[in-house]
Write a protein that binds this ligand. Structure first.
Ligand SMILES: *Cc1c(COP(=O)(O)O)cnc(C)c1O
Ligand SMILES: [Zn+2]
Length: 426
């Protein structure tokens, strides 16, 4: 195989490995970064390269990931396995801004990706690399969205997909997608962290390609959230970017992408990145406030199933990025998440529970004075409202355990009768 122009570098000890290799960790156990030759790009890459591609009809240029391919993976447009991911809207809602207590708060809706979560941005790169490596079987552990995304991209690439999910803990929309796209779906009697341990072992033994976010190429694709957001803003950085944190691949990706844009001089300052965790699944929050290494949490619990993770793989990369941007980590309760979700939903935007931790966290950070009311803030909504219909209906019907339907819009039962209906309307 021809040598790749990028390298894999250990986050812990700095050991370098060839760029194209079936490898997820350093021999020392540390996670790996994809390191690009940024010096070679300095001076010959500017934002107009990316802006011009917005008018192109080439599928790689139209993808909100591969449009930035020099900074993602420098492959030819014909080599990539794309579904036109990204190109998501950046919304602004008075209602959400008032709720958060911020005057400029925009929401990048990553639920508008092909399989309805940001995971597609990483998966298009992961599956493209799997193909380049000649792999025909891929696997992941998932709280649902990674499984949905991998199942779709693997099907399109003609690969066999194996997903490991915690039985009974995956939202209905996500489980439906994994089954429908034809993935072999293993429901494990355990939680996500158990599934994650098992899938790594199985992939090592069976020579199946692992597509969790421990795979460094997933991270490279997810950086494009930052690239596209900056492009949406005409390359004018906001003061803050806020996102939820579970396995912490996404915050690792966004901060890495921002740092690379800054190093190349494509933006003139780094936005601060805030990561929001659910109180019942908050190992990063605890590491951040204590200044210690991450202490894995047994039995993580939150209604936001996408971030119900106690032992996040990418915590070191994530903390490194948060510190580099002078950002922070906060935590919110399930009640705060579901109330924020009701506000996002009622604004007509809508997103799944984990996504709305972003808005609940923004409100908390504004109330605490960490974010000033006039700072410019962009939040990432990570998944689509229909991923978790159970949470929506439960909230509005008041049937969720321990959650108050603060902003509930209860369905009204009426007789099959015009008079009764008119009365209910008036
Ligand atoms: C995966 C996911 C997250 C968490 O992202 P990490 O990279 O694991 O921190 C948050 N929200 C949704 C909807 C997700 O699918
Ligand atoms: Zn190492």
């Amino acid at each position: 195989m021809k040598q790749a122009p990028w390298k894999l570098v250990c986050v812990d000890c700095g050991t370098q490995y060839p760029g194209l290799d079936v490898r997820y960790r350093c021999d020392c156990g540390g996670t790996l970064d994809v390191a690009h030759d940024l010096d070679a790009l300095k001076g010959c890459l500017d934002t107009s390269t990316f802006d011009l591609r917005l008018a192109s009809r080439n599928p790689a240029d139209r993808s909100g990931v591969w449009r930035f391919r020099e900074l993602v993976l420098p492959l030819g447009p014909e080599e990539v396995m794309t579904r036109g991911e990204g190109n998501t809207n950046l919304y602004r809602s008075e209602r959400v801004q008032n709720y958060a207590g911020l005057r400029s708060f925009r929401l990048k809706h990553e639920g508008e990706n092909p399989t309805a979560s940001f995971k597609d941005r990483g998966m298009t790169v992961g599956v493209t690399v799997a193909k380049k490596l000649g792999m025909d079987r891929v696997a992941c552990a998932s709280t649902g969205n990674t499984a949905a995304s991998m199942a779709s991209y693997a099907a399109m690439a003609g690969m066999k997909a194996f997903v490991f999910i915690p039985k009974g803990k995956v939202a209905l929309g996500k489980l439906s997608q994994a089954l429908a796209y034809g993935a072999r779906t293993l429901q494990i009697a355990g939680d996500f962290d158990d599934a994650m341990n098992l899938v790594q072992e199985v992939c090592d033994r069976e020579g199946i390609y692992l597509l969790n976010s421990v795979n460094p190429f997933r991270i490279e694709g997810q950086k494009a959230i930052a690239f596209e957001l900056l492009q949406d803003l005409d390359w004018e950085p906001p003061d803050w970017i806020i996102m939820p944190g579970g396995n912490l691949g996404n915050s690792s990706a966004v901060t890495k992408g921002l740092a690379e844009l800054r190093e190349l001089g494509l933006i003139d300052r780094l936005p601060r990145v805030a990561v929001v965790q659910a109180k019942g699944a908050n190992p990063l929050y605890r590491a951040f406030v204590t200044g210690r290494d991450l202490d894995p949490l047994d039995g993580a619990e939150t209604i936001a199933t996408a971030i119900r993770i106690g032992n996040p793989v990418s915590w070191k990369k994530s903390l490194r990025g948060i510190r580099q941007t002078h950002g922070c980590v906060t935590q919110v309760t399930d009640q705060e998440i579901m109330d924020a979700k009701a506000v996002v939903d009622a604004a007509g935007i809508g997103a799944e529970p984990a996504s709305c931790a972003t808005v609940a966290g923004a409100r908390r950070l504004a109330a605490e004075g960490v974010i000033g009311p006039d700072e410019t803030v962009c939040g990432v909504l990570t998944g689509h409202i229909l991923k978790d219909p159970g949470a929506v209906v439960g909230y509005h019907q008041g049937s969720l355990d321990g959650i108050e339907g603060t902003f509930a819009n209860r369905p009204i039962d009426v007789e099959n009768d015009l008079g009764a209906i008119l009365e209910a309307i008036r």
